[in-house]
Design a protein around this ligand. Structure first.
Ligand code: GLC
Length: 468
C-alpha cells in the first residue's frame, strides 16, 4: 500500500483524538515529581553561533573533538551547542559553577521564559487538558516560577506552610528562581569555519543547566506527605538526570529510593511512570537504571536516551548501531533490551516521526487504549510545535486534528512491521512481538516548529494518561 492511501487510513483513525482528549477531564488525579524549573529559551542562528565561536577563539578542531559533556566554563556551552547543532541531536549538560551561568547571562541572553523541567511541563500539559487535580512538586516556587504555571485551579502545589493551593498563586518568597538555558536551532542552518561546513540536519536543542536545588534533588516533604493521601491515577517521575557523581548524586538517589517506595506503597493503584531524560553522568545513569527505573510500571525514552542506556547495560554494539542507523528497527531492538534489563512492564519510545510502546500482555491499559492515548499525544505535540503552546488544549480544537501523518513516520512504521513480521501493523498500529504487545504510531511532523523543548515529556505523559 502506498503512503497516500495509508495517510488516508490514519487520518480516519485520528478522528477519535478529540474525544480521547476530552476524556482526560475524567481523570481524577495525577502527581508529578521532582523537577520543576524555569526555561530561558533562545533561538540561535548559525550566524550568531559563529560570532560567539570566533569571539571566544575556538577552532573547528576544538569544537569537533569534544569528549566531556560537562560545563566547566563558558566555552563548553559553545562546544555543547555546536555538537547538537552539527548533529541535529538533543543533549543537556550540567554546570556546577555559577560563573557558567553568569557567562550565559552576559553572552547569550534569551528570547522568553517558560515552564521547564519534566514535572512542570507535564503539569501544565495535563492541567490544560483538564485532568481534575494535577499535583506538581516544586522544590523552589517563587513568583517567577509560579508565573510559568497556567492560571488554572486544577494545577496544584504546596506553599511553605504545606497548604494545597493553585500553583500559579503560590509565592514562596525565600525561594530562588532556577533557570535553565534552552538553545534551539533550525534544520538547514549552517556554520562555515576553518574551511569546514556544518549543516544542521534536524531542528533540535541544547540545554545548559545551572540549578543548585534540582542538582541536589531537594524534596518538598509537604508534597510527598500529601501525595500519600491522594488516590492518584498516575505519577510521573523525573529529575534524577541532573545529578552528578561528583555532587553526591548516588547518595541522593539512595535517599530518594525509600521515599519513592513509600509513596508507591501508599498508592497501590497508581501507575508510576519515569521519564528518563538526558543523563550525562554515567554513574548516575546506571544508578537510575538499576535502582529507580525497576520500581516503575512505565518508562519513557527518546532515541538518544535509549542509546545512552544501552551503553551502560552491556549493549555497546547495539548502542553503536542505533547511533549510526537510528531506525525504528534498531531502536525497537534497543527498547526491548531496556525493557528486559529493567524489568519494566511498559516502555514507550518517542523517535522522530514514530512512537512505539512495548508492554506486557497483562498491562493495565489495553493496546487499543494505548493507541488512542498515543494519537491524542501526537495531536497535542504537533499543535504545540506549530503554535508554540497548548494552553487551551482542553477547550479549543487543535490545529493538528486534520493533518496527515508524516512520510518519515510511515516509512519507519513499515520498517518496524517488516521486522516484527506483521504487515497489519502499518494499518492498525497494533501488533505483537515475542509475547509482548507492540503499539506503533506514525506521527505528524511540523516543518518549522516554534518550539521543541518539552515535547518528549508532553508526548509521554499524554500518551499514558489519555490511555485510561
Ligand atoms: C530537562 C531540562 C529542563 C527542560 C526539560 C525539557 O529537564 O533540565 O530545563 O525544560 O528537560 O524536557
Amino acid at each position: 500500500m502506498n503512503n497516500s492511501d495509508l495517510k488516508q487510513i490514519w487520518l480516519e483513525k485520528f478522528k477519535t483524538a478529540p474525544q480521547t482528549l476530552s476524556n482526560l477531564k475524567k481523570v481524577e488525579a495525577v502527581g508529578a515529581a521532582f523537577n520543576t524549573n524555569i526555561d530561558a529559551v533562545l533561538k540561535l542562528s548559525g550566524e550568531k553561533l559563529l560570532e560567539l565561536i570566533r569571539a571566544n577563539g575556538l577552532t573547528w578542531d576544538d569544537l569537533s573533538s569534544v569528549s566531556k559533556t560537562r560545563l566547566d566554563a563558558g566555552v563548553d556551552v559553545l562546544k555543547g551547542i555546536f555538537k547538537c547543532f552539527s548533529r541535529g541531536i538533543a543533549e543537556e549538560w550540567i554546570a556546577e559553577d555559577i560563573t557558567v551561568y553568569n557567562w550565559m547571562v552576559d553572552n547569550l541572553g534569551y528570547d522568553r521564559l517558560q515552564m521547564g523541567g519534566q514535572c512542570g511541563i507535564v503539569s501544565n500539559a495535563l492541567g490544560a487538558c483538564g485532568v481534575r487535580r494535577m499535583y506538581v512538586h516544586a522544590n523552589s516556587l517563587p513568583k517567577l516560577q509560579a508565573d510559568q504555571f497556567l492560571p488554572l485551579n486544577n494545577i496544584r502545589s504546596f506553599d511553605e506552610l504545606g497548604t494545597d493551593r493553585p500553583a500559579y498563586q503560590i509565592n514562596r518568597v525565600s525561594d530562588i528562581p532556577l533557570i535553565h538555558w534552552i538553545i534551539e536551532f533550525d534544520r538547514g542552518d549552517k556554520i562555515e569555519l576553518d574551511g569546514h561546513v556544518a549543516i544542521c540536519p534536524k531542528a533540535n536543542r541544547f540545554i545548559a543547566t545551572y540549578d543548585p536545588l534540582n542538582l541536589n534533588l531537594v524534596i518538598d516533604n509537604n508534597f510527598l506527605d500529601n501525595m500519600k493521601t491522594q488516590k492518584l491515577d498516575f505519577a510521573i517521575i523525573s529529575g534524577f538526570h541532573a545529578l552528578t557523581a561528583e555532587n553526591n548524586g548516588q547518595a541522593l538517589i539512595d535517599k530518594a529510593y525509600p521515599l519513592l517506595k513509600g509513596w508507591k506503597k501508599d498508592c497501590p493503584d497508581c501507575i508510576f511512570h519515569i521519564e528518563l531524560a538526558s543523563t550525562q553522568d554515567i554513574v548516575i545513569r546506571k544508578a537510575i537504571v538499576e535502582k529507580i527505573a525497576p520500581m516503575m510500571e512505565s518508562i519513557g525514552v527518546n532515541e538518544r536516551e535509549t542509546i545512552d542506556v544501552l551503553e551502560i547495560i552491556g549493549e555497546q554494539a547495539l548502542a553503536q548501531k542505533c547511533d549510526l542507523e537510528t531506525t525504528s528497527e534498531n531502536l525497537f531492538k534497543g527498547i526491548l533490551k531496556l525493557k528486559e534489563n529493567i524489568g519494566a512492564p511498559r516502555i514507550q519510545l518517542h523517535m522522530f516521526g514514530l512512537y512505539i510502546t512495548v508492554q506486557d500482555k497483562s498491562f493495565k491499559l489495553s493496546p487499543e487504549n494505548n493507541l488512542q492515548g498515543m494519537m491524542t499525544a501526537a495531536c497535542v505535540a504537533a499543535h504545540k510545535a506549530k503554535i508554540g503552546n497548548i494552553d487551551n488544549c482542553g477547550c479549543d480544537p487543535l490545529w493538528s486534528y486534520d493533518q496527515h501523518v508524516s512520510d518519515i513516520g510511515l516509512d519507519e512504521l513499515k520498517t518496524l512491521a517488516d521486522f516484527i513480521g506483521d504487515e497489519n501493523l502499518i494499518k492498525t498500529g497494533i501488533g505483537e512481538y515475542e509475547g509482548y504487545d507492540v503499539i506503533a504510531l506514525p506521527t505528524i511532523i511540523v516543518e518549522k516548529p516554534v518550539t521543541l523543548v518539552g515535547m518528549g515529556d508532553t508526548i509521554s505523559s499524554i500518551s499514558l494518561v489519555a490511555s485510561k
